[in-house]
Design a protein around this ligand. Structure first.
Ligand code: C5P
Length: 218
């Protein structure tokens, strides 16, 4: 029997992480936050002073990337044994991640690491290319999006709640810049799989989105 996979792709800030974690918990399935792999690589590259404009230097960091994931209520990520969870969420990490994620050789190195998450009883995989490239045969596919304004607002609220002082307009610009980079890159761009179920969460509550995704699987 093959392992059932549910892919949830979409632009940053659409709520993929929260929805994926909630659905994985309900189903009792494993969870892959593929963005955190790219974000961890960004952190490792900066720590190792790699030249971010040099694909071969970033590939070298990717090849020796040693990550551990602990999935509890919150996802804990360790890089070479060091807990880097608190550094993962920043916009700077996200921007560097999206820059190095555009390097095709980097994506190739990280491909198997992501496929390894496919284990019984099932997997919820969240990212940009889960349904198109990493798990094209997934049984269930969702494309979750929301308007750029709504995504910026949600992100703004999250950061303010964490006590981080941010500017809404700047966040919106960063989100739009990241959307553009993720959608226009040549390798594995952000795109909806032809067989994906489309959800626009702009006017939906979190619970309603989770329910819609669960209905799809059940
Ligand atoms: O989803 P998250 O915002 O954590 O992802 C950070 C960046 O990593 C994205 O902007 C994107 O460039 C990259 N990424 C990717 N493919 C994925 C997941 C994330 O290219 N499957």
């Amino acid at each position: 029997m093959s392992v059932p996979v549910l892919t949830i792709d979409g632009p940053s800030g659409a709520g993929k992480g929260t929805v994926s974690r909630a659905v994985a918990k309900k189903l009792g399935w494993n969870y892959l936050d593929s963005g955190s792999i790219y974000r961890s690589l960004a952190i490792a590259s900066i720590k190792q002073n790699a030249d971010l404009d040099s694909p071969s230097e970033v590939v070298k960091v990717a090849e020796s990337l040693h990550l551990e994931f602990e999935c509890g209520d919150e996802l804990i990520v360790k890089l070479e044994g060091e807990d880097i969870t608190s550094q993962l969420g920043s916009e700077q990490t996200g921007s560097v991640a999206s820059k190095i994620a555009a390097i095709p050789e980097v994506r190739l190195v990280l491909l198997q690491k992501q496929k390894d998450f496919k284990q019984f009883p099932g997997l919820v995989a969240d990212g940009r290319d889960m349904g198109t490239v990493v798990f094209p045969d997934a049984k269930y596919k969702v494309y979750l999006t929301a308007s750029a304004g709504e995504r910026a607002e949600r992100r703004y609220k999250q950061l303010i709640e964490k006590g981080i002082d941010v500017n809404l307009q700047k966040i919106r610009e960063e989100i739009e810049e990241r959307d553009r980079r993720d959608s226009e890159r040549e390798t594995a761009p952000l795109a909806m799989a032809a067989d994906a179920f489309y959800i626009d969460s702009s006017d939906l509550t979190l619970d309603a989105v989770i329910q819609e995704v669960l209905n799809l699987v059940r």
